[in-house]
Design a protein around this ligand. Structure first.
Ligand code: SF4
Length: 352
């Protein structure tokens, strides 16, 4: 089947096989890539119009008990680390909301201090931000026990994010060292059972094959995650993967486009964490509809893949991103519109 025929099949909502998904992920010719991106953008526009959503990223603790092979903040990497206080997180969240973001993503490494007493500190931060800022919240605390999800929901969490990075079990064991594949995969299932929306994600360029990537994309869909992401692996100093040859971001863009064709109504991020602001337009052109990793400048906050890129020059600030989106003919959704979308997603989740 030609690429055009496979795209057409996806657009007619006919389920694609694993090999068809892998075939789309393998496109190399310029005209085929353009055709894929243009189809993905048009599928997105049909569902969401010109509207995009913007998320503020508050990476409030870079301490972590885990030792993922790809991660700058892995336990054994000797680095200066920080942990923000509840009041600092609150102040940041207020300023992000005032600047017009739709959601605050409260992220940490698996910080033993925050994980203690059944994540009491983390839950207290969520509760305080929800009560005092009244904004949608994504919690990204790492992997948590099954019984904790109800507490996250009760504290005011809307979304639970937990990235598998790959659904190839062997590769997972080489990347997320000493971690359990099923426990991590079940995070998405348990979160949904507790009534939370879920985000999953893959990393592109970690040594996976195209078939692995296709499997991961299909698996994230099968889990019912309402938000799915793909991010390019960026080799990190001081890690075992420091010298891995980096993949070009085009593979991430193609993954975004394929996810959009398969999942027209899912939220798909354009992360500023890989190429900074320079990569915003290409990701939107590939079919993304959420801008993530917006980080306020001069607050000593880090990104994940690029812990400094474009942060202190303000290029990842809300205002700068909004100005750019304006120039691209995009419209940032109001919080009322975003909350109404979340209600709709939660209604659909209950029906499934
Ligand atoms: S990816 Fe997350 S869990 Fe793994 S070492 Fe980094 S911060 Fe810790």
């Amino acid at each position: 089947m030609s690429v055009t025929e496979t795209i057409d099949k996806a657009r007619r909502n006919i389920e694609l096989s694993r090999s068809e998904v892998a075939e789309l992920l393998s496109v190399k010719k310029k005209d085929e890539i353009s055709e894929l991106f243009s189809a993905a953008s048009s599928v997105r526009d049909k569902v969401f119009g010109k509207k995009v959503f913007i998320y503020g990223f508050v990476y409030f603790s870079t301490h972590c008990r885990n030792n993922c092979a790809f991660c700058y903040y892995r336990r054994t990497n000797k680095l200066p680390r920080y942990r923000k206080t509840k009041d600092e997180v609150l102040t940041l969240s207020v300023s992000l909301k005032d600047a017009g973001i739709n959601l605050v993503d409260l992220t940490m490494g698996e910080d033993p201090f925050m994980c203690a007493d059944e994540h009491n500190e983390f839950l207290e931060i969520v509760r305080t931000v929800k009560e005092e800022v009244n904004i949608s919240i994504m919690a990204s605390p790492g992997a948590v026990p099954k019984e904790s999800f109800v507490k996250f929901k009760d504290a005011g969490t809307d979304w639970f994010a937990c990235y598998q990075e790959t659904y190839n079990r062997k590769l997972f064991s080489e990347l997320r060292l000493e971690q359990d594949f099923d426990f991590r995969m079940n995070q998405k299932i348990w979160a949904r059972e507790a009534g939370l929306l879920t985000e999953d994600g893959i990393m592109v360029g970690l040594g996976e094959t195209l078939e692995d990537r296709a499997d991961s994309i299909l698996q994230m869909g099968a889990l019912g995650c309402e938000q799915v992401r793909a991010m390019t692996f960026v080799p990190q100093k001081g890690t075992p993967m420091e010298n891995t040859k980096p993949t070009k971001p085009i593979d991430e863009l193609i993954s975004i486009a394929v996810m959009r064709l398969l999942y027209p109504d899912k939220l798909i991020p354009a992360s500023l964490d890989v190429e900074g602001i320079a990569g915003l337009k290409t990701r939107l052109d590939a079919g993304a509809n959420v801008i993530t990793s917006i980080v306020p400048p001069h607050e000593d906050l880090a990104g994940v893949a690029q812990h400094e890129l474009d942060i202190d020059n303000g290029h990842r600030s809300v205002q700068h991103v909004m100005n750019l989106l304006d120039g691209m003919g995009k419209k940032v959704a109001s919080n009322t519109e975003y909350e109404s979308l979340l209600r709709e997603l939660k209604r659909k989740q209950v029906k499934r």
